[in-house]
Design a protein around this ligand. Structure first.
Ligand SMILES: [Zn+2]
Length: 123
């Protein structure tokens, strides 16, 4: 690797972002539905996003998406696949991962993905 960002630093950063997203999700849920929040707190955090009860709170979708992205990144870390583009398996740059530890795609695949997500109105 040509950078001085260590694996340890990346792991700490990923963990910090995961904790942050989980905390924000939980605080938002507590304001909406304290009993569901208490219920989810008894589960492992990587199961929160899968709770069927969350369909009652569509306004939490951004926080739920964040949970899913940190869950996916932590799972990849455990599998030793962290930092690989999920579409083309290119190695992402440590600096990109440090800036956005949940990043799933390299720049090229991300651009393609965004285009597909937003329909074909941009040519
Ligand atoms: Zn890619």
């Amino acid at each position: 690797m040509h950078s001085n960002i260590t694996e340890n630093e990346l792991e700490q950063r990923l963990q910090a972002v995961a904790n942050d997203h989980r905390l924000h999700f939980m605080l938002a849920l507590q304001r909406l539905d304290a009993s569901l929040a208490a219920q989810l707190q008894r589960l492992p955090p990587d199961e929160w996003a899968d709770s069927p009860a969350l369909v009652a709170w569509p306004q939490l979708q951004p926080q739920i998406n964040n949970l899913r992205s940190v869950d996916a990144a932590l799972c990849q870390w455990q599998l030793g696949l962290y930092g690989l583009c999920s579409d083309c398996e290119a190695q992402l740059m440590p600096a990109q991962l440090l800036a956005d530890p949940c990043r799933q795609r390299c720049e090229r695949c991300e651009a393609k993905y965004q285009k597909a997500q937003h329909g074909s109105w941009t040519l």
